[in-house]
Design a binder for this molecule. Structure first.
Ligand code: PLP
Length: 407
């Protein structure tokens, strides 16, 4: 004999079971999202949320923009993947467009940030074999995040990550962010490259100091080291310029892109200057690399975002968001607001960021989605198309969440 469940307990039972079939890798809220439009998400129960996470800064044009739906539909009727061993037109067009945007001459496409970062390390090692008598070591920074493959966990400067899946790949060294003498100390005859996030996203939106970046560029040039900019999170308009390195007035030798370039679909790119175009055939590849389905989306995203008018709008919206966050710093006695473009953070006086995130999502009738990369840091990475009105709504919701949490 079975007891009929009330609607509420049926939902609760289903919620408790959401993770039944998934390999456990993280804890997620008991919410299932079914719809996204622009800056808004809707869950299965019909509740709406203003989304300032945007799939971890990937949806540069917001949720489900018609531009991407059209690019996907049009390309999917024509050609999905002729194989990476053949040319396809969207891949060539996107490479041409990326080269036209800045200081790089060559592009290789992948599907994730970790994959193109590994490709950057491989290219640096190839160059070291050819030009620097086998130099191979890559110096990266405390706090950095470069992805979750074994080598990229080793390169990342997250506490404990260099040993959690030991043995880890060798050939990595560590320096301190914004400390040029620590870089000098880390350099050995085996060093081949320095890899840096100019704005450390996962570490809590830590900005590199412009003087440090200029010194790093000069030092790496002088010591014949490649400078690799990991712009997976900061590239394609996120910081108010096509690429964040423009804010620092330097040119890296290699750059990686992912997240925003796909506008939500898996697309990533490694860019290099001509003199580092040194892979031998077979050194690098990947079944999905440069497939026309994703490349056609990337082309639509880059053509939209990387225009002067669009980027100027991003900078205006960033100013509006920064002022809104600064007002919350005053009202709630917080520590600081910081960021570059639409990658911003609030520093709290206590380690309550996860509680603020939960309180913001639980707000009713409309929830707010934000992220806590550190126990005392809230991060904001809205769609580049968010309106001032939506930013104001977000600040109002955040004010409520802070009130609930801090009292
Ligand atoms: C997200 C991120 C990565 C990893 O990208 P995946 O696509 O998750 O592999 C690497 N570097 C930075 C700076 C990132 O923000």
């Amino acid at each position: 004999m079975t007891t009929p469940l009330s609607q509420d307990s049926a939902t609760a039972l289903a919620d408790a079971d959401l993770d039944r079939d998934l390999i456990t890798v993280t804890t997620r809220p008991d919410t299932v999202f079914v719809d996204g439009q622009g800056s808004w998400l809707t869950d299965e129960g019909g509740k709406r949320y203003l989304d300032l996470v945007q799939g971890w800064a990937v949806n540069s044009l917001g949720h489900s923009p018609p531009l991407i739906a059209e690019a996907l539909a049009r390309q999917s009727w024509r050609l999905l993947n002729p194989s990476p061993a053949f040319h396809n037109r969207p891949m060539l067009d996107l490479a041409r467009r990326l080269v036209s945007l800045g200081c790089f001459d060559r592009v290789w496409f992948g599907s994730s940030g970790a994959e193109v970062n590994e490709a950057a390390v491989k290219l640096a090692r190839r160059w070291g074999q050819r030009m620097r008598h086998g130099a191979h070591e890559v110096i990266s920074f405390d706090g950095a995040f470069h992805g979750r493959t074994l080598a990229m966990m080793r390169a990342s400067g997250k506490l404990g990550w260099d040993s959690v899946f030991a043995p880890m790949p060798a050939g990595f060294a560590r320096a301190r962010f914004n400390d040029i003498s620590s870089v000098e100390r880390a350099i050995t005859p085996a060093s081949v490259a320095v890899m840096i996030e100019l704005v450390q996203g996962e570490a809590g939106v830590n900005l590199a100091d412009p003087g440090f970046v200029r010194e790093l560029r000069a030092l790496t040039t002088e010591r014949q080291l490649l400078l690799i900019a990991d712009e997976v999170q900061t590239g394609i308009g996120r910081c108010g310029r096509a690429f964040a390195h423009e804010l620092f007035g330097i040119e890296p030798d290699l750059m990686t892109l992912a997240k925003g370039i796909g506008g939500g679909v898996p697309l990533a790119a490694l860019l290099c200057k001509e003199s580092f175009n040194c892979f031998a055939p077979g050194d690098q590849g990947g079944t999905y690399g440069g497939n026309p389905l994703m490349a056609s989306v990337g082309l639509a995203v880059v053509n939209t975002v990387c225009q002067d008018g669009f980027l100027a709008q991003v900078r205006l919206r960033a100013g509006h968001l920064a002022r809104g966050l600064q007002a919350l710093v005053q009202d709630h006695g917080l520590v600081a607001e910081r960021g570059a473009g639409l990658l911003r953070a609030l520093v709290l006086p206590t380690d309550t960021a996860p509680q603020v995130v939960a309180a913001a999502q639980a707000l009713s009738p409309v929830g707010l989605l934000i992220n806590a990369p550190r126990p005392n840091v809230l991060r904001f990475m809205p769609a580049l198309t968010i309106s001032d009105d939506e930013i104001d709504q977000g600040m109002k919701l955040l004010h409520e969440a802070l009130q609930v949490t801090m009292t």
